[in-house]
Write a protein that binds this ligand. Structure first.
Ligand SMILES: *Cc1c(COP(=O)(O)O)cnc(C)c1O
Length: 445
């Protein structure tokens, strides 16, 4: 079968370019590009045959198809030779049945998609494997790419640096100074990337990297580059596959630059067109109240959009005021009967900590999504029988200061709702048993 895909203007121009061309926007209208697949060829395989193929490959050993992304290669990026694929076995992440947390909320069918259990600890690996593989393909075809580069709030840079170093391609990373965690900063450093810490915020880094992208020999790895979206969209296919091809009622995802909410939608639309599913879920996009341009636009019925200056938030990966994928995100939300809601700093921290008590270890962005879940349940937008998926976007271990600050008593602030702290005691059996008794009630010593 001759599968094929190309770039197409997403704003309706007739412009189209090969995926191996170094181009990020429509040359006519400057709109973002999207990857279009030859759906006619894809439709020649029946829905059952697609499911069967995906099942056969899922988490198996045949390289690169055991990867959650490359197991869906025909739907992702058929134009790359397998020998140029740079995979670290992305995807295949646990869908955690949040039984206890769900029971507290009266939801029996609540699931957390643990995308942070990945090579670099966030769901950015899903798209980065596709981008770096494409770069390797372009170089193999004789293209002149000297380096890959990105502006980042911490997770894109970690993923880019890891995949680039695995491929032996130099990486240039632009980070807003003091706005990513120590753990995120050390990732590109360890991978040998040129790591530039700039005196600005993410939006400021983005401006500079877009100017650098005028040079064709520096390949831009931000989600403005639609190649990444193709990998990110496998999240939808994988979720449905994990439910034996049933579509959930709601999916809640945190949003910053808004590439991922768009990718989520794309995956479902593609499955619908291929007949793999026959309905769509509803999508809720969750923003930090301190970085909420999409929420503000939603409040106007999406009739207006204004970029803002994002305020500092614990959810640093989504501290973005001028999201690149705003238009495609709005299109997605309209198509999926979507909603947008926001979470304050206190709400996101409490929601993360509350769910942690039921076996999770949430990053602040997942906290934003969980806080929005609580609000949706409260206003009965989500009903007890609904199947709900919360996308957990990064591993909590990348954000220890967020957790540390929560479980650290501040005399100027009220004790957090789910506060817990280690107790320092003398190494004395009686003292230890005394303390345990205080917690668990009396027990035979
Ligand atoms: C990138 C990222 C997001 C948001 O994705 P966008 O596509 O920028 O909206 C959310 N959480 C984490 C941890 C991320 O790294």
């Amino acid at each position: 079968m001759n599968y094929d895909a190309h770039f197409q203007c997403s704003e309706g121009c007739a412009e189209s370019y090969p995926l191996t061309e170094i181009v990020y926007r429509c040359k006519k209208c400057d709109g973002l590009l999207e990857v279009r697949h030859d759906m006619g060829v894809l439709k020649q395989r029946s829905p059952d045959d697609w499911k069967c193929l995906f099942e056969k490959r899922y988490r198996r050993t045949g390289y690169p198809y055991g990867s959650g992304v490359w197991g869906k290669k025909e739907l992702v990026c058929p134009n790359i030779d397998n020998e140029n694929i740079v995979s670290m076995y992305e995807g295949g992440t646990n869908l955690f049945w949040a039984e206890r947390f769900g029971a507290q909320l009266g939801l029996a069918d609540l699931w957390i998609k643990q995308c942070g259990n990945s090579h670099t600890g966030s769901f950015k690996d899903l798209g980065m494997t596709v981008l770096i593989s494409m770069v390797k393909q372009i170089i193999a075809d004789g293209g002149d790419i000297r380096a890959v580069m990105c502006a980042s709030t911490g997770d894109t840079s970690a993923a880019l640096a890891a995949y680039a170093s695995a491929a032996g391609i130099p990486a240039i990373i632009l980070l807003p100074k003091a706005k990513v965690t120590r753990e995120q900063l050390i990732q590109p450093i360890a991978n040998g990337a040129l790591t530039l810490s700039l005196e600005t915020d993410f939006d400021g880094c983005m401006e500079i990297v877009q100017r650098l992208a005028a040079r064709k020999d520096f390949y831009l790895a931000n989600s403005i580059n639609s190649i990444r979206i193709e990998g990110q969209k496998t999240i939808s296919i994988e979720i449905v596959q994990q439910f034996d091809w049933d579509v959930p009622d709601w999916i809640i995802i945190p949003g910053g630059n808004l590439g991922n909410v768009s990718a989520l939608g794309l995956g479902f639309l593609m499955m619908l067109e291929l007949g793999i599913i026959n309905k769509l879920p509803r999508i809720a996009c969750a923003q930090a109240a301190r970085a909420n341009p999409l929420y503000r636009s939603y409040k106007t019925g999406f009739t207006e959009f204004r970029a803002i200056t994002a305020q500092p938030t614990q959810a640093t990966a989504i501290q973005i005021g001028n999201p690149v994928s705003i238009h495609r995100a709005i299109r997605t939300l309209k198509r999926f009967d979507g909603i947008v809601d926001q979470a304050s700093e206190e709400e996101l921290a409490d929601a993360a900590a509350r769910a942690d008590r039921t076996g999770l270890f949430n990053c602040p962005h997942t906290g934003v999504a969980l806080a929005v879940l609580l609000k949706m349940v409260e206003r009965k937008q989500i009903r007890p029988g609904d199947r709900v998926i919360v996308i957990s976007t990064a591993n909590g271990l990348k954000f220890p200061d967020f957790k540390g600050a929560y479980h650290h008593l501040d005399p100027d602030k009220p004790v957090p709702l789910y506060y817990n702290a280690p107790m320092e005691l003398a190494a004395d059996y009686e003292v230890v048993t005394g303390e345990i008794a205080r917690h668990l009630g009396n027990f035979a010593r």
